[in-house]
Design a protein around this ligand. Structure first.
Ligand code: NAD
Length: 289
């Protein structure tokens, strides 16, 4: 039987550190604040938003929502971002993406002040992940995967890591982060030939393809650590991952479930970034004095 790597255990450990930082800020009269900008009513965004608001509330982070219709103009959306950039009570901003097609994503994403970019939306933050200079904040989901590996004591040095998915939100940054942890990394994608032969080579397998149950017994071997990032909804309305859990769990040595695994760590990482952004602002204000 595989060791279950549970989001709630990782979260409990992260929550302690975040709460201590929130308390330290409170002593200085600062309440960390998150601004959530949602365009339209995508059910996935609504569910993530609910989780993020609940998480912020429990940790003492204030949360303000800005809800815009799906036909919002670029000018109106940019005005909201500009307003949040100038609002001292907001330390981090979460904007749900992808945006509707009539909006130029890159213009909007890069309008956010880099110091408030808590989910790696701007090119500057992304450059920080790829150059290893850690400018801004890394994207929350792949960082959540790294938190899981750290919490469960998975040493990546010298290990073979395989990431399935090459998106800028999960796959590519996850690969960079694994490389930073001294793993030898392979990225697979929809054009990879003979995926099972590549994934079986992995010591650590991170799956972020968005294809329900695509990783089965053929893709894995004994001794592997598997993180399932996929969030899919079955015909019966149930959540499931990209890994066929029933088939894979008896073979590998550790695995994250869906739900209750990687997805649940993302909002905790987001909350941590908001608090960190507030702390950085306090530090730079002190330096300026
Ligand atoms: P995406 O659609 O942007 O990218 C999917 C990637 O998977 C692509 O690079 C594609 O080449 C690859 N892929 C698709 N089918 C494949 C196949 N059969 N074999 C190999 N590679 C294949 O998706 P994304 O935004 O990166 O998200 C991936 C998954 O992670 C989704 O299920 C999404 O819901 C989930 N997700 C979860 C969180 C969270 O936990 N909070 C956050 C973001 C995304």
């Amino acid at each position: 039987m595989a060791e279950l790597m549970l989001g709630k255990e990782v979260n409990a450990s992260l929550n302690e550190k975040i709460k201590a930082n929130v308390e330290a800020l409170k002593q200085k009269g600062v309440v960390p604040g998150l601004g959530i900008v949602r365009v339209g009513e995508n059910p996935g965004d609504l569910s993530y938003e609910k989780g993020a608001v609940r998480k912020c509330e429990t940790l003492g982070i204030s949360c303000r929502r800005f809800l815009l219709p799906k036909d919002v103009s670029e000018k109106e959306l940019l005005a909201v971002i500009e307003m949040l950039n100038n609002d001292d009570l907001i330390h981090g901003v979460l904007l749900f993406r992808p945006l509707p097609k009539h909006l130029r994503s890159s213009v909007i994403e890069n309008a956010l002040a880099p110091e408030k970019d808590v989910d790696c939306m701007t090119e500057l933050s992304m450059a920080g992940v790829f150059t290893g200079k850690k400018i801004g904040f890394p994207p929350c989901t792949p960082q959540g995967c790294m938190e899981i590996l750290d919490y469960y004591g998975v040493d990546c040095t010298g290990k073979k890591a395989v990431v399935i998915g090459r998106s800028l939100v999960v796959g590519r940054p996850a690969a960079m982060m694994l490389m930073d942890k001294n793993a030898t990394v392979t990225i697979c994608h929809s054009r990879t030939v003979d995926l099972p032969s590549v994934t079986r080579e992995a010591d650590i397998l991170i799956v972020a393809a968005g294809q329900a149950g695509m990783i089965g017994a053929d893709h894995v071997r004994k001794g592997q650590v598997v993180i399932d990032v996929g969030i899919n909804v079955t015909g019966e309305g149930m959540l499931c991952g990209d890994v066929d859990y029933q088939a894979v769990e008896p073979i590998v040595s550790a695995i994250t479930p869906v739900p209750g695994g990687a997805g649940s760590v993302t909002t905790t990482v987001l909350a941590g970034h908001v608090v960190e952004a507030a702390m950085r602002r306090e530090e730079s204000a002190l330096k300026e004095k």
